[in-house]
Design a protein around this ligand. Structure first.
Ligand code: AMP
Ligand code: GLY
Length: 431
């Protein structure tokens, strides 16, 4: 294939992460026609909507074959775990995203722990259970704080950070009863302490290219209070991270990809490591088999790379560190959510001011839970509605700009955290 040949691309997903991926893919000289399934209200000016079920391997592969798609990019975890990448790859069509076997790094916490143990990488000590009574007995025996996790995909809800035995027992019962197959195995983990840091990496199964670090804000309310969410805001890079810690995080991700390869599993796609920076060094909290949301919305705008070339290289085994460079700028993104998220919230509220926010230099508003009505007006359509992202030469400037841009946007029930990035400003000693 000549280097300049354009290829048509199908992107699966509908979140702010996918909007950020689409913008970066569209900027590549290699990008031909772009398709999204299902997409959101912000993606229509760059891509057409493909009428396929993103979790059906046959549907996705059939569409890709019929339309002559040259690259399928998988955003969320569910299609990965369902084996969409395997079926598309079996058709001889390049795909960005790991096989179902490799995606078990996210799809089964027990699988991930076993790989980590074989690879010798630091993570919280754990026990796994398939019997609720044995699990409850173990928790009583611990008699203190612990973390209870459903083994499978639970849409971000299957983790209970329990300070007391009583909270842990409630969590154990919830995991065994509320999560179906995802909760048939339940893990009890040692509680780790320290700031969190995410590291996304691209890999073709052999070469691992770390992307920039980022820090998410998982809790719904200011001061890290309230329930866990998909993520309420994020920044990149993480200024409190020490060079030695970053080196260890990169080494851990390389060890894991190498271990999988030794086990006969070639991991191709994005490996997302969630780390806790403990006083004994970084320890793995979890791995995800995809880009983070909202982490992607601050990592990709800072990345100097041809994303189409990078993704094709992950698929054909030619990934090279030299393909990725970084802007020195800082990025901060604030999530505008619907009142009530992550619990019940209303949809269909008209949104105004997005163009005013986008008009600010260095500001880009990624759509997440939005849709368009028949006249093309943007309406809310989810819990996390918009990711208001700013990039600037200093952290403070990026943060101020993101919040100024948030003020320009209105919709009924608009809620957001006001303290995104405060920890980065306070510094390590004051956390
Ligand atoms: P996970 O989906 O496994 O990353 O868990 C979600 C969140 O729960 C993490 O971002 C942490 O804030 C918290 N968490 C998970 N595991 C632990 C642990 N072993 N110790 C302390 N906090 C944890
Ligand atoms: N921001 C957390 C995640 O993508 O899982």
């Amino acid at each position: 294939m000549a280097a300049a040949e354009k290829i048509d691309i199908l992107l699966l997903g509908s979140g702010g992460r996918e909007h950020a991926l689409l913008v970066k893919l569209a900027a590549s000289p290699r990008a031909g026609r772009l398709w999204v399934a299902p997409g959101n209200g912000g993606m229509r000016d760059l891509a057409q909507v493909a009428d396929v079920n993103q979790e059906s391997p046959r549907d996705v592969a059939g569409f890709a074959r019929r339309e002559g798609i040259g690259l399928v990019v998988i955003g969320p975890e569910a299609p990965l775990v369902a084996g969409v990448a395997d079926t598309v790859r079996a058709e001889g069509i390049p795909v960005f995203g790991p096989s179902a076997a490799a995606a078990q790094m996210e799809g089964s916490k027990k699988f991930a722990k076993e790989v980590m143990s074989r690879a010798g990488v630091p993570t919280a000590a754990y026990q796994s259970f398939t019997d609720e009574r044995a699990c409850a007995d173990y928790v009583r025996g611990l008699g203190g704080p612990c973390v209870v996790k459903a083994d499978g995909l639970a849409a971000g809800k299957g983790v209970i950070v329990a300070q007391t035995t009583e909270e842990a027992l409630v969590g154990v019962h919830e995991c065994f009863t509320d999560f179906g197959a995802a909760g048939s195995t339940v893990m009890v983990e040692e509680m780790l302490d320290g700031p969190e840091c995410s590291l996304l990496a691209l890999t073709d199964g052999t070469t691992v290219v770390p992307l920039a670090t980022s820090q998410d804000h998982k809790r719904a309310l200011d001061g890290d209070r309230g329930p866990n969410t998909g993520g309420m805001g994020v920044y990149s890079p993480v200024p409190i991270l020490l060079p030695d810690e970053l080196e260890q995080m990169v080494r851990i991700e390389r060890q894991v990809v190498g271990q999988l390869r030794a086990d006969g599993i070639i991991y191709q796609g994005c490996l997302y490591g969630g780390f806790m920076l403990t006083k004994d060094g970084p320890k793995v909290l979890e791995f995800n088999a995809r880009f983070g949301d909202p982490e992607t919305q601050v990592v990709l705008p800072r990345m100097k790379a041809d994303l189409v070339e990078c993704f094709l290289a992950c698929d054909d085994g030619s990934l090279d560190e030299a393909m990725v460079r970084w802007e020195d700028d800082w990025a901060v993104s604030v999530v505008l959510a619907s009142k009530g998220y992550p619990g019940h919230y209303e949809k269909g509220k008209p949104i105004s001011g997005i163009a005013d926010a986008n008009a600010m230099e260095g500001v880009f508003v990624y759509h997440a839970g939005t849709t368009l009505d028949d006249e093309g007006n943007v309406l809310t359509n989810g819990g996390r509605v918009l990711d208001v992202t700013a990039i600037a030469p200093s952290f403070e400037e990026a943060r101020n700009k993101a919040y100024q841009a948030c003020d320009r946007i209105s919709f009924e029930g608009k809620t957001y955290r006001h303290d995104i990035g405060i920890k980065a400003i306070k510094g390590r000693a004051n956390l």
